[in-house]
Design a binder for this molecule. Structure first.
Ligand SMILES: [Zn+2]
Length: 229
């Protein structure tokens, strides 16, 4: 595989993503955004108090098609993108629609969400109840995906009543995806039936990357990032 997947070339054509940088940044730069969040009031003991780990941004991302509510192209690390495509197609063959609601999110974008909520008058405590602190979201890894389906509000608990969730519970593990925040999780984090994390290894699939981009053309939901762990 080339050093950079086709996705990078595609991203270079997307000139409109300047409001918040969505591309992976150098680790030192991401750390500046983490530090900024602490200065904005994120408790210094956030990691130990929340049970969340510091997450690094990946070096490579692949487009999976579609955009999220902030207008960013949906991206995962290439291996997870392949696994997602296989899983989505397998579900579709059984008549179940899986839709990518949110995928990679940079530390800088997470900081922008926190800043926007602070500007609207929310307290940092209220924000951190539903948003991971910048630097601590699994979405920074390019391995996490919020999954939705038609007829159910995205990133809402009602997703657990959908045929898509029932299918994922039976089949997602076979594609390397695990539910990160089940009910009663040891971190006492809110239940998120829509948030799945790819734990597979790099040899999961042989589907060429060029086949991935057209596979998720659904429109972006509008109420995204009310929750963004
Ligand atoms: Zn999520």
């Amino acid at each position: 595989m080339p050093r950079f997947p086709f996705a990078l070339a595609s991203l270079l054509q997307l000139g409109s993503l300047s409001a918040v940088a969505a591309s992976p940044v150098q680790p030192a730069a991401a750390d500046i955004f983490v530090e900024t969040a602490f200065r904005l009031g994120v408790p210094r003991d956030y990691a130990s108090a929340s049970g969340l780990h510091h997450v690094r941004e990946p070096q490579q991302l692949a487009l999976i098609g579609g955009r999220d509510a902030l207008g960013y192209a949906q991206r995962l690390i290439p291996q997870a993108a392949r696994a997602w495509a296989r899983m989505r197609e397998a579900a579709a063959r059984e008549g179940v629609e899986l839709r990518a609601v949110s995928t990679f999110r940079s530390v800088e974008a997470q900081l922008a969400i926190v800043r926007a909520k602070l500007a609207r008058g929310q307290t940092i405590d209220a924000i951190l109840r539903v948003n991971a602190a910048p630097g601590y979201s699994e979405h920074h890894s390019g391995r996490a995906i919020d999954i939705g389906t038609s007829g159910y509000a995205p990133t809402e608990e009602e997703f657990e009543r959908s045929p898509a969730f029932a299918w994922l519970k039976r089949n997602a593990a076979a594609y390397g995806f695990d539910l990160s925040y089940p009910r009663g999780n040891p971190h006492a984090l809110a239940y998120e039936p829509w948030h799945w994390y790819w734990r597979g290894d790099d040899a999961e699939s042989t589907l060429p990357l060029t086949e991935l981009a057209a596979s998720n053309d659904s429109p972006a939901p509008t109420n995204l990032f009310t929750r963004s762990r």
